[in-house]
Design a protein around this ligand. Structure first.
Ligand code: E4P
Length: 278
């Protein structure tokens, strides 16, 4: 089964760490401009991204075909399977793509602006092609249409190369790129975080929280949940006295209730709460 993949387009390792912690990130793309912006040594950045646990990192190489090939081989030897070598869609870049692909080194052909370029990249054995949606849109060419035509050609000819939509600057473009046949979208961290957002989710949550608080006005730990006052907080089943209730005076959890705090477990038999302090 093929599922949409999300890559983060940045060399900022703090941002990558935060995004990766969501469990929804499949890879990272970098380019010389992003590396320059980080102000760091490229390979130090790649190493840190690999240490974070990212399993697919696009590392761009430059120069003539021979240089791109030798650099691609070196980077793949150094970083192993997480290294995808990124080359531009030029005659040299595609020569490098063919040579690296023959050695089973994955290649991402970047700076793709037309279906014709994507056809050449596929013939050169690219694992990914990166059409730049935003930069096409900036030039009054519908970037998503380019994705759609690449997808149609690849489908028609059963091409294994995958479309990695790039230069995506807003959530809507991400959704539409997937709709139009991209298998992967790479995006700046902000766009990824924005994918979670919807005003109706915020509003709905506000209402649910308010209504839930009305159902459970004051949750207490220990004894009858409906009867205790703030300050009468008990903990059960913990510590050496195992099961004996221990008061924790003054602890105020009036804004909380069972279910909201994962560390609190309600005992259905006696209506007490257990707080896991470990
Ligand atoms: C992708 O591989 C590129 O690094 C990136 O998406 C370019 O985006 P930009 O056009 O916003 O610079």
């Amino acid at each position: 089964m093929s599922i949409m993949k999300i890559f983060i387009d940045t060399a900022d390792t703090d941002e990558i760490r935060k995004c990766h912690a969501t469990g929804l990130i499949d890879g990272v793309t970098t380019n010389p401009s992003l590396i320059m912006k980080s102000g760091r040594d490229p390979e130090e950045v790649y190493q840190e991204i690999a240490d974070i646990g990212v399993r697919d990192i696009s590392m761009e190489v430059v120069g003539d075909a021979d240089h791109m090939i030798s650099e691609g081989i070196r980077l793949h030897q150094k970083f192993g399977d997480c290294a995808t070598i990124k080359v531009p869609c030029t005659p040299d870049g595609l020569l490098a793509c063919s040579a690296l692909s023959r050695k089973v080194i994955p290649v991402n052909v970047t700076l793709i602006f037309s279906a014709a370029q994507a056809i050449l990249a596929a013939k050169a054995g690219a694992k990914y092609v990166s059409p730049f949606i935003g930069r096409l849109d900036d030039n009054s060419i519908a970037g998503l249409e380019v994705v759609r035509s690449i997808s149609a050609v690849y489908k028609e000819h059963k091409v294994g190369t995958k479309i990695l939509a790039a230069s995506l600057r807003e959530v809507n473009r991400v959704t539409r790129a997937f709709w139009n046949g991209a298998k992967i979208c790479t995006m700046p961290p902000k766009v990824f975080h924005d994918m979670y957002n919807h005003i109706l989710t915020e509003k709905g949550l506000e209402i649910f929280d308010r209504d839930w608080a009305a159902v459970h006005p004051k949750a207490k730990v220990g004894g009858d949940l409906d009867a205790l006052d703030i300050g009468d907080i008990y903990i059960t089943g913990l510590g050496d006295n195992g099961g004996v209730t221990t008061p924790i005076p003054g602890t105020d959890i009036s804004s909380g209730y069972p279910g909201l705090y994962p560390e609190m477990i309600q005992n259905p038999d006696d209506d007490t709460l257990k707080i896991n302090l470990s």
